[in-house]
Write a protein that binds this ligand. Sequence first.
Ligand SMILES: Cc1cc2nc3c(=O)[nH]c(=O)nc-3n(C[C@H](O)[C@H](O)[C@H](O)COP(=O)(O)OP(=O)(O)OC[C@H]3O[C@@H](n4cnc5c(N)ncnc54)[C@H](O)[C@@H]3O)c2cc1C
Length: 462
Amino acid sequence: MKKVSRRQFLATSAVAAMYGYSGYALANNGKTRTEPSSSLPWSNWSGNVVGYPQGRISPNSDDELAKYLKSTSGSIRPVGSGHSFAPLVPTTGNIIVADQFNGLIGHDSEKMTATFGAGTRLSDMGAALQQVGQAFFNLPDIDRQTLAGATATATHGTGINFQCLSGYITHVRLISPQGEQIDIDETSDPALFNAARVSLGALGVITQITLKNRSPYRLKQRSWVENTNHVLDNFDQHAASHRHFEILPLTHSDYSFVVSTDETDEPINNPPPSLEEEAAMGAAMRSWMEIPPEDRPPLINGLAEQIQPSEKIDESYKVLTNIRNNRFNEMEYAVPLEAGADCLREILNTIRDKKIDVVFPLEYRYVSRDDTLLSMSSGHEDHAAISVHRVASEDYRPYFDLIEPIFWKYGGRPHWGKIHTLGAPELAKLYPRFNDFKSIRKQLDPRGRMLNDHLRTLFGES
Ligand SMILES: Cc1cc2nc3c(=O)[nH]c(=O)nc-3n(C[C@H](O)[C@H](O)[C@H](O)COP(=O)(O)OP(=O)(O)OC[C@H]3O[C@@H](n4cnc5c(N)ncnc54)[C@H](O)[C@@H]3O)c2cc1C
């Protein structure tokens, strides 16, 4: 067997899964749709959420947006780049696109803050920040999200010392559902500030966001394969000794991909992955997918043992994020840090014992606490975020339905942008300030024009 890198394995495991068989494939793959109308459909990144909005509004200024909101009363939903798996966006009214609120608006070199249009993609921000002598503290796994979209769901990366992106917000400009412009920071209105930093697009349309940043830096990322139990036993030490640390446990295997990331002054060395090697690896994996699941563990362990350690060095924003070309659906919960390893082990054992036919690795990350009202990591304790994935062409429901109660058992809170089945009664128990958010939402949007069916379930509104 040819030696492979983690990057090749990850890219090709999704490809292999697409060609493999699944006991769970159902006709509609769990898609969420609103009723068709005469308008064009809107779909999210993975294709599991499809809606038929009346229209698409793309205002070019705060004034134009305010005028539109003042002169209309119908349902609206703001949309970013559609990278959420949860049905946050679909509406029978209009979707509001903030793509004209784009780019760097200004920066403050003393305070190390920078203000961007809320529709700016994270992928356009790293280089712009570097030009003004600033850099993100942390980033999520990909950078295709918009700034408003990513922060609306408390999108996070990994690192025990790093909050979700919303934790770095110092100012938000919100245009309320009635068209009132509200500039919010910690001193102007602390309660509204903590609500607006993770708003699920339920408080109004955000048009600009200011982030606290740091000076530019370079990162060295190392990846290798290690026994999952071994690395979990020592996870806290690794998390404390590396700037970023995470594992991607392989299903039906004793092994995980391990990724550590630290600051460095070493020269840039970040070669792109080879497409030819990815294709060869994909072919190899498709052949072992034909073997029954119960016979696979020795094969997967054997394959994992072949994987060579790899490393890359580049500017921080180029190392922290990845390209994910293979579409998938995802469920992610954050559990209190001390419950993380037990919860992950129970999930892996369940996948093995129930012979769930899934080859997609899980993801296990640490996220620091923050004081927003609704982030998964808000409150007094740090959290471990655990994700399960299924290739987009397969029905995720039987797999996710089996795993979700395990998250509940460990006090897990769902990622707002990912698939989960919780509603207001359960969420109120998980978030001590859930009702504060609901009151603020009601004050700003008494007629509920920003609600869709999913948000009504989340907030218990009829
Ligand atoms: C491949 C992939 C990898 C991912 N990796 C991670 C990860 O590493 N960590 C993580 O935490 N999450 C991750 N996610 C989830 C993703 O970051 C979130 O779902 C994020 O919210 C998507 O941002 P978006 O710009 O696509 O927004 P959308 O999905 O379009 O919208 C998300 C929410 O933002 C609201 N919104 C959008 N624009 C505005 C606005 N201008 N004003 C007010 N509200 C607005 C919407 O109404 C909606 O409620 C990943 C998703 C994918 C598909």
